[in-house]
Design a protein around this ligand. Structure first.
Ligand code: NAD
Length: 330
């Protein structure tokens, strides 16, 4: 559901990071609404499989390029979504300098492209801008508790700098920029080995390996199903007037990691035990979005319950891993 004066005619939409987990679902949804899509991706953390079904679609164009390099697009572009950035800690920490440059130089290049094309721009920011929060749940006016020297800084601080760039371009009247602060999202096409909680636990359960929990498992997370998130991103891009402030997008339901592990164990036929390992440095204890702003401005809220989203995700992994046990019937 969306509120506001929505633009209705087909727009040419550029999705940077469109071969990633979220980006590929966004490309699907935009094409389904009749918008031609230009996907720009370097495949550093995305997958060709995610966009392979789209390559024969007449409205889809794929440009393989790193957004840190200057971008030139030879056709009019109406909207630009910037999702280009590896999102999971093992991937963004593999080359932290490149991650920071993707956030800063990459976002700068895409904003310049938006300015040139007079395109609206949506930045995929993150709940990581709140760091290990001392306020709970996190509202957009909370300024965060982030280490600028730790191993997550390339991502957290990179995304904060990218937000600053967006708001500077907006205040200067140069780009119609919008910023979504995305909280943990899960669903089909997550990468099996990217170290995120849901994918880790599902893959371990499906492979009959012990389910690994870092820390006590009492730390909480909120989990938003990918179709809900994509709806929120599109609503934020399309709403008029521009909110001119960041908007949290996530599911406010809060679960301990232990609860999620138990749900997955109840849905996958596995005898896997749960094992505990030390918590990585700077890992936040609590994370839950306050989505009142999104509800008020976009009339948006997530609708897919965790048990249903986990079921879809388990089914997808069961069909895309070599070992293929099915999930338990509900
Ligand atoms: P992902 O890693 O699956 O997708 C990112 C995509 O960007 C990949 O296809 C990758 O190849 C591409 N990319 C990375 N750096 C690039 C570069 N320099 N040039 C061109 N392409 C590049 O991650 P995702 O989970 O789909 O996340 C998408 C966006 O949403 C990211 O910006 C991420 O920070 C943000 N986000 C995601 C979550 C989540 O839970 N998935 C949470 C908060 C924020």
């Amino acid at each position: 559901m969306q509120k506001g004066n929505l633009r209705e005619k087909a727009k040419t939409v550029l999705v940077a990071g469109g071969a990633g987990f979220v980006g590929s679902h966004l490309c699907d949804a935009l094409l389904a609404r009749g918008h031609p899509v230009i996907c720009v991706d370097s495949f550093i953390s995305g997958s060709r499989d995610n966009v392979r079904p789209l390559t024969n679609h007449p409205g889809f164009r794929l440009i393989e390029q790193d957004v840190c390099e200057f971008l030139e697009i030879d056709e009019p572009v109406d909207q630009i979504y910037n999702l280009a950035c590896a999102a999971s800690p093992p991937r963004y920490q593999a080359d932290p300098v490149h991650t920071m440059m993707t956030c800063v130089a990459g976002t700068g290049n895409l904003l310049a492209l938006a300015e040139q094309h007079k395109a609206s721009f949506l930045q995929a920011s993150t709940s990581e801008v709140y760091g290990d929060p001392v306020e709970h749940p996190q509202r957009e006016d909370y300024r965060g508790n982030v280490s600028c020297t730790g191993p997550r800084a390339c991502y957290d601080e990179g995304k904060r700098a990218a937000e600053a760039l967006c708001f500077d371009m907006l205040r200067a009247g140069r780009v119609d920029a919008r910023v979504a602060r995305i909280f943990n999202t899960y669903g089909p096409r997550m990468q099996a080995n990217d170290g995120r909680i849901v994918s880790n636990l599902i893959v371990q359960a499906l492979s009959g390996k012990p389910l690994t929990i870092y820390g006590s498992g009492m730390q909480t997370r909120s989990f938003c199903y990918v179709s809900d998130l994509v709806g929120g991103l599109m609503a934020l891009m399309d709403v008029e007037p521009n909110p001119r402030m960041p908007v949290n997008l996530g599911n406010p339901g809060e679960f301990t990691v232990n609860e999620v592990a138990e749900m997955i164990r109840s849905m996958v036929p596995t005898r896997s035990a749960i094992i505990y390992k030390p918590l990585p440095k700077d890992d936040p204890q609590r994370r839950r979005p306050d989505i009142s702003r999104a509800t008020e401005l976009l009339d948006w809220q997530p609708t897919v319950p965790l048990v249903e989203g986990l079921g879809n995700t388990i089914d997808w992994f069961a069909n895309n891993l070599s070992d293929r046990p099915q999930r338990r019937a509900a």
